[in-house]
Design a protein around this ligand. Structure first.
Ligand SMILES: N[C@@H](CCC(=O)N[C@@H](CS)C(=O)NCC(=O)O)C(=O)O
Length: 218
């Protein structure tokens, strides 16, 4: 039987690809990956062949294709139930913050595109951006204080929610968003994750530069 195939974009820039990849890695799924470099001639045709929505990530498992990050998350969860918290209330909160990440934080996503190789950048601030950053820090702080005894992740044990917020940690490092205490500790936990390190190394080997994602001044 063929292994599941995850179709992803550029590791340096594609935050949605990173989320799905982390979920599969942390669930222990034995999968292959195929990278389609975004915004190079012909990429849309390739994407449309592998992904009905023409976007990454998409997961092929046998005859089945699953696309859109939250659907991939739920698909992974069905065979790996530890990927959401065991407690029903915690699971509902984990799904809520993951959905909030999926549909929200537009000001941050627009102003601070994921760019792992970028460091020490400054972008213009706005009330909307500040509100997004404050909300994310509050989510991390509240959850870490609540679940401190259960482990170092948002809900103690690693869950899909951690994968959903992992690209935000890269953004905070690229655009110099700091916060002391449990928020900083959580960011360090995320960066120590061997799978994050593996992704970082791969992003450093990529040569494409997507100008629209290269924002901020030093
Ligand atoms: N809602 C989708 C968003 C996926 C998405 O926007 N992916 C970007 C890359 S991070 C993409 O495929 N862009 C295609 C393009 O730039 O043409 C999901 O959750 O997976």
């Amino acid at each position: 039987m063929n292994k599941p195939l995850l179709i992803i974009g550029n590791k340096n820039y594609s935050s949605w690809s990173l989320r799905a990849w982390l979920m599969l890695k942390h669930a222990g799924v034995d999968f292959e990956e195929m990278r389609i470099a975004l915004r190079v001639p012909g990429y849309e045709l390739k994407l449309s062949y592998f992904s009905p929505a023409g976007k990454v990530p998409a997961l092929r498992d046998g005859e089945l294709t699953v696309w859109d990050t939250l659907s991939i998350a739920e698909y992974v969860y069905e065979s790996h139930p530890t990927m959401w918290p065991a407690d029903k209330a915690a699971r509902a909160v984990a799904r809520s913050i993951s959905a909030e990440m999926h549909s929200g934080f537009t000001a941050m996503r627009n102003a601070m595109p994921m760019n792992i190789r970028g460091r020490g950048r400054h972008v213009a601030t706005s009330p909307e951006l500040e509100a997004d950053l404050a909300r994310i820090k509050n989510i991390w702080r509240d959850l870490r204080l609540q679940h401190a005894l259960a482990g170092p992740w948002l809900f103690g044990e690693y869950s899909i929610a951690d994968a959903m917020f992992a690209p935000v940690v890269f953004r905070f490092l690229t655009y110099r968003v700091f916060e002391e205490g449990v928020v900083d500790e959580y960011m360090k936990t995320v960066m120590r994750d061997p799978f994050m390190q593996e992704w970082v190394k791969a992003s450093e080997l990529e040569h494409e530069v997507l100008v629209l994602n290269e924002v901020g001044i030093h």
